[in-house]
Design a protein around this ligand. Sequence first.
Ligand code: SF4
Length: 331
Amino acid sequence: MAPSQVQDISNTQLEAPEPEHCPGPESESAGKEDACQGCPNQNICASQLPQGPDPDMSLIHQRLSVIDHKILVLSGKGGVGKSTFTSMLAWAIAADEDIEVGAMDLDICGPSLPLMLGANGETVHQSNSGWSPVYVADNLGVISISFMLPDPDSAVIWRGAKKNGLIKQFLKDVTWGEHLDYLLVDTPPGTSDEHLSVTNYMKEAGIDGALIVTTPQEVSLLDVRKEIDFCRKANIRILGLVENMSGFVCPNCKGESFIFKPTTGGGRKLCEELGIPFLGSVPLDPRIAKACDSGECFFNDYADSPAATAILDVVDALRDNIEVNMKKLSI
Ligand code: SF4
């Protein structure tokens, strides 16, 4: 697939680029908002107002129906290790060869999962059945916009509508085979267009819930509160919160120190305060960064490290929560 095809997704019928506060030509309010007044596209957008349900929704539903569990990985702030944690989660779940795992990188402006999962520089293959993810293990596939960029250093400068178009296309056209046990969706930090799009498009297919990643210090927790509020407003179940970079265990002396101090009680206290599950704390380990940079599975070489043990405990807690929720839903 030529990269230019991807970049034309939702803009081909517009006369001019969307202005700064564009609600999105595919949104329900396209052509009607204040931002639309005087926009050269207003007639086009207004004439495209949906007359009924979006037909793509049923295609997305159909495509995602082979997936048992869909999990959004969120963080309030950038730099807390969300993508790193997503890659660890993917490796950890896929360690069981009987479990099929997919990782979808929706951090359109900063895609990093391919590098962390050892698929950097790969390209997506297109067939009659759709776009194939890149498989980094027999049971672990990854899809990311970085596979479609002509140059890995290219900045992706897209307005909301174009990002929404790509997200829709990822959900509609990526083929995950006959069955996938887990789809981990790595989202950008904060609450933005990407979050609204993915929750909207996946609504019918059903999302198991969100896993929230934070670091212990208040400056990170502050934004996590907003993320939690977003999940509640969007009716996304919160599967739990993980406190990443929680202490540093020296690989040599095994001594522990706190680089990011939990001055207000950290993630555990926040979970108690807001009534959400605390899934665990993962210490900083420079070997995780090294494994991610080289796209290797951290667990292969450091399975007994405190960080590996902590991540596997989080995976167990997460899977327990998903099971409990499934049981509640079936009652
Ligand atoms: S929705 Fe359409 S009319 Fe409104 S601002 Fe965006 S491009 Fe312009």
